[in-house]
Design a protein around this ligand. Structure first.
Ligand SMILES: [Fe+2]
Ligand SMILES: [Fe+2]
Length: 247
């Protein structure tokens, strides 16, 4: 088994809104393919309004990543216009699970159709518990909505209405890592030994103030998680966080 894995974490690509940038899209595809990650995690808002033609473009875009394992979760924009039905047809389960090396990631649908606010719900709690309770490696969860407010976004809303209960579950299960998106501002929090990493928007110009478009590269082994942020425009890398873990 591989001891150390590299995860590319991209979010909020928003095809085919007027904000999507082909140039940024090319940069991200080329850079991710160049670094050859073991896993690609996409934390939602693949589309802008959940329309069929947007889903087709998002699928074609994600198919260009030459990564063996891909885990995709729904964003609030993808749930619009009954888009959650198309998601299942094109990407499979709304609660996917992937294991690579010492890492297992469980994806969670945190969306409510027609609402920007998130809600996780007790069905998801059971799925996360079943997938992670007895697992002895590095435990991770991926979802679209941020569980803790992100500074510098200009608004504090859209946190899942049951964030507190879900964070307690993650803490009880000794989850090591949470990956999310939604606010288009990259950030991280360390909370009860959980490293929560929020990705910015990888490919759009839906930006806040001085925050550039970006994605994350995260290296995981049994003792440590290390994350870097890659500027989608310049491909400059910046270390963002590192946390010692015990798995
Ligand atoms: Fe978004
Ligand atoms: Fe979103």
């Amino acid at each position: 088994m591989k001891e150390r894995v590299l995860v590319a974490h991209i979010s909020d690509i928003h095809l085919t809104s007027g904000y999507f940038s082909r140039e940024l899209g090319e940069n991200v595809v080329e850079e991710v393919n160049r670094v050859k990650p073991d896993l690609l995690v996409v934390t939602g808002d693949l589309t802008d309004n959940g329309h069929p033609h947007e889903y087709r473009e998002a699928k074609a875009f994600l198919d260009r990543f030459k990564v063996e394992r891909v885990l995709v979760v729904l964003g609030n924009h993808d749930s619009r216009n009954a888009g959650y039905m198309l998601f299942e047809e094109l990407f499979g389960s709304r609660y996917p699970s992937v294991e690579v090396g010492p890492l297992r990631v469980v994806g969670v649908d945190s969306t409510e159709p027609d609402l920007d606010d998130g809600h996780i719900g007790r069905l998801a709690y059971r799925i996360v518990e079943d997938e992670l309770k007895g697992f002895s490696g590095v435990k991770a969860v991926a979802l679209h909505h941020h569980l803790v407010p992100i500074p510098g976004t200009g608004r504090e809303r859209n946190i899942p209405s049951d964030s507190g209960d879900f964070l307690k579950l993650l803490s009880d299960l000794n989850v090591h890592l949470v990956l999310c998106g939604h606010k288009h501002v990259p950030w991280f929090w360390k909370l009860n030994e959980i490293l929560i990493i929020n990705a910015g928007t990888a490919t759009t110009l839906r930006l806040k103030a001085h925050t550039p478009p970006s994605f994350n590269l995260i290296t995981v082994n049994r003792n440590r998680v290390v994350a870097e942020r890659v500027n989608s425009e310049t491909l400059e890398r910046q270390p963002i966080c590192s946390m010692r873990i015990e798995a």
